[in-house]
Design a protein around this ligand. Structure first.
Ligand code: HEC
Ligand code: HEC
Length: 469
């Protein structure tokens, strides 16, 4: 960490070489040279680390007092909460899904999913997944709520445990290369209260999302997004995306975060409340409130301050976005062309812009560094019908079970370094990038077929291109 820290500080100090009035600042790369624009994933928030901290480093503008805040937020994000009323780290439970944000988002990425290594909820009850459950008619179960919490503090029962079984089917590309897809079947066992009849149960399992470009995502220009939604209508490819709109505290917002774009913000308050069991100003009641087993549970009141949550919010907004790598490699360039030929770009839109007025944190602090940037998220942040195979039957805001937000691909090539695995898609069923593509159905089917029909050389190049993001 010491060396990296030094390099980051150096980059922080050197990154903006300014500038005659009105001129754009020059952005420097890790060697102090003028950065190749093709590498700049997020303008002045681009960072050059490629190791395990590639997602977890501050943007170069995070200096001085901001840096102190960043590491305060980072610590609150990573340090495990404990049960009881410790003012610094207490409040965990009684029901929870992870002990810290970082337990599921290891290194600001995706923790290794126990779904695959341990067949569901892992040993000690930890899974790193969020398990959404509803009745067939969309209503929540009174004794469980929206999320099945598979962990609980001593003396309280977890709500249940997830298990998964698969069927595996092998397919061949036209040139004989084979790939196989795992179709998961989820069941819930050890319900703490009344058993839920499987006929009336919808289970939607999510692995965590990478925290790449969270600040830029919150700074997106709503006008540009609405324009994208209008433009996203390509009958020749069967594609038509739409925005999710969500109601929060009596107002309507464009939904942006989560796999169904079902949240308007970075879910810091919701994460503390529902994922960790830590009550706060926005969610003052324990998620287990009203459940039969909560009778007699003693309350500790508000368990994390808004100031602390703001620091976590700042940390997420201020994370640097990894620069692209190998942009001059001819194979990567061949793969980039193949990416456009397969029309991946119609949903994984390479270039967007952040709006001119900077986004604000929970308490209103503005972050001017995120404003007016050209960014390369490789997403339209729109919902697309991805076909019956990926249909979870779980609705969220406007999003139907088959609709998913285009996952931003920036940083995807570093997931293996950061989290030591290559599980992809909302529930991690794809074990590598080829499987992720071959799962695309519905609006993604034409694109998938264009990929499948390419020569092996082009398919391999396209994967190399994804790895350069
Ligand atoms: C039990 C595991 C778990 C814990 C603990 C957890 N998360 Fe997550 N997080 C997830 C999963 C799974 C998703 C995807 C959810 C979805 O699609 O609805 C997610 C999504 C997110 C997103 C949306 C990212 C995007 O690209 O849209 C943010 C932001 C986030 N989490 C922040 C947090 C914060 C902050 C905390 C701690 C307060 C936290 N998470 C704790 C599992 C977890
Ligand atoms: C119709 C819109 C659409 C098109 C076209 C499309 N995608 Fe996707 N892509 C999505 C959506 C939506 C998801 C999320 C699906 C899920 O998680 O179940 C996704 C997920 C992915 C993922 C997994 C990301 C992760 O981190 O889990 C990869 C990789 C990917 N797409 C690559 C491609 C490539 C390469 C192409 C072109 C061959 C392509 N996509 C074409 C919409 C699209």
């Amino acid at each position: 960490m010491g060396m990296l820290w030094y390099v980051m500080v150096l980059i922080g100090a050197m990154t903006f070489v300014c500038c005659d009035k009105g001129e754009e600042p020059t952005i420097l790369d890790q060697y102090g040279n003028e950065a190749d624009p093709a590498t700049l994933s997020a303008g002045t928030s681009t960072v050059y680390g490629t190791g395990v901290t590639a997602y977890d480093s501050p943007a170069p503008w995070v200096t001085g007092a901001l840096e102190t805040r960043f590491y305060q937020g980072d610590a609150l994000y990573d340090n495990p909460r404990v049960s009881g009323d410790d003012p610094l780290q207490g409040g965990k439970g009684p029901l929870y899904a992870g002990s810290s944000c970082g337990s599921c988002h290891a290194n600001a990425g995706r923790s290794y999913p126990t779904l695959y290594s341990q067949g569901g909820t892992g040993t000690g009850g930890f899974s790193s997944h969020l398990i959404y459950i509803t009745k067939k008619n969309g209503a929540f179960f009174r004794n469980y709520g929206r999320v099945l919490h598979d962990q609980a503090i001593t003396g309280v029962e977890p709500e249940g445990r997830l298990s998964v079984t698969y069927t595996e089917k092998t397919y061949q590309f036209h040139d004989g290369e084979s790939y196989s897809l795992l179709t998961p079947t989820y069941t819930i066992t050890e319900w703490y209260a009344d058993d839920i009849a499987p006929e009336d149960l919808i289970i939607d399992v999510r692995i965590p999302l990478r925290h790449v470009g969270m600040g830029q995502m919150m700074a997106l220009d709503p006008t540009e997004l609405e324009e994208l939604a209008r433009r996203s209508n390509y009958p020749e490819y069967g594609i038509s995306g739409r925005l999710n709109y969500v109601q929060e505290r009596g107002k309507t917002y464009i939904g942006i975060s989560g796999n169904k774009a079902q949240h308007a913000d970075l879910t810091v308050e919701l994460g503390f409340s529902s994922d960790l069991g830590v009550t706060n100003d926005r969610y003052p009641l324990e998620v287990a409130e009203g459940q039969s087993q909560m009778i007699g549970y003693s309350h500790y009141g508000i368990q994390i301050s808004t100031q602390d949550m703001e620091n976590v919010d700042f940390y997420l907004h201020a994370l640097g976005v990894p620069a692209r790598r190998d942009v001059d490699d001819p194979v990567v360039q061949q793969g980039e062309k193949a990416f456009y030929r397969a029309r991946c770009d119609l949903c994984h839109v390479p270039t967007l812009h952040t709006r001119a007025d900077a986004p604000a944190l929970l308490n209103g602090t503005r972050l001017p560094w995120l404003a007016s940037q050209t960014i390369h998220p490789y997403s339209d942040f729109l919902l697309h019908d991805m076909g019956p195979e990926l249909d979870s039957h779980y609705t969220s805001g406007l999003a139907l079970g088959c609709e998913w937000r285009t996952t931003p691909l920036w940083g995807i090539g570093l997931q293996k370094k950061v989290n030591q695995h290559t599980y992809f898609l909302h529930d991690g069923r794809a074990r590598n990038l080829i499987e992720a593509i071959m799962w695309h159905g519905g609006e993604g089917a034409v694109s998938r077929e264009l990929f499948a029909r390419m020569s092996k050389d082009d398919r391999d190049a396209l994967i190399r291109f994804l790895e350069s993001l």
